[in-house]
Write a protein that binds this ligand. Sequence first.
Ligand code: PMP
Length: 406
Amino acid sequence: MTAAPAALLPSLLAGRAGGFRPSPVRDFWEVSMEPDVISLAGGNPDLSVLPLDALADVAARAVARDGLDVLQYGSGTGTAGTREAVARTMAAEGIHVDPAHVQVTAGSQMALDLVVKLLCDPGDVVLAEGPTYVGALGLFAGMQVDVVHVPMDADGIVPTGLEETLVRVRAEGRRVKALYTIPNFNNPSGVTLAAERRPEVVRICRAAGIAVIEDNPYGLLSFDGSSTPSLHALDPDNVIYLGSFSKVVAPGLRVGWAVAPEAVRRPLQLASEATTICPSVLSQALVEQYVLHHDWPSVLDRARKLYATRAAAVLGALAHSAPDGVTWSVPRGGFFTWVSLPEGIDVHRVLDAAIERRVVFVPGSAFHADGGGTRQLRLAYSLEQEDVLADGVRRIMGAIEDIAAT
Ligand code: PMP
């Protein structure tokens, strides 16, 4: 048999191949790596809080002592110890789950991928906050799932807006499968869904016969250590919960998880096994030892304080230097604040001017599936030092001022 000519290949690509798009966050990677550039673009956790010696020790012991196990294929659902560590982590936010109900995945991005595979056919609709997580939008687009945004305000999804959106989309003859939501310290808006709205959101979804996908990678990173009751706890039979160690331990480990209602649990396990056979056993060993046997809560506490100080630096710089008409969200945890520009100023012009001033951020349009977000931008404060963040904010505000004056 002769090899197919190179020109044939494009015609062989499946319909969904064209749906995957480059991540706008990664687009800024190169410029943000230039030495004189201040980046408020990427939402990377600051790993300087990690006790590297302890982790190195854990890794060395895992290989030296249990190498034949941690280098072998493992359980498709995840190791018992990791599932226990997940249950312990969720309990720290007041969410109580049976470790046997946990599906460990290679990051929560993979968990979302599996859930979308199981729930959605091409053309199905998923509702999501506007704005929402860019990585979820990329996944939905690749899976040919349409996203319709639900109105939100400073307290998160507006329940009446959710109901109206459901009615409108269904009147168009479209099939809605789920609400995808990041209720705590939303990426990108920094907004938290108010506790009093949560039962209503869950009730509306159940009554409408759609699932809730609760994506909660930042919930443990409230600045004051408090937590808001999870959607999963309010309706465990209709909420698929996604969690991650990426922001609270380390993203390079690629350990996340899903906790799904019973009907979804077995399909989720089989879909996961079809995708990766099993999650990395070595990474799970690190997570398990670190979470169950190290003074992890005190590291987490330091991380919370670090992010709180950085958020304060950004909010303080905004208060001092933002031109009239610029507004922003006030996060109570997580990595982001969401800035709105005055009428008539396009964020892409601001971005070009900001890059000239050697500072980058992600424009709001990256977080919308419907062309929205052209007057908004996301500022990530998780990685740079306070004075650098404040300098970055001042440069961006200077760029806005110049554009407003022209
Ligand atoms: N959901 C949200 C809201 C996120 O911000 C991220 C990471 N940026 C993820 C999911 C993916 O996280 P993980 O590293 O666990 O795949």
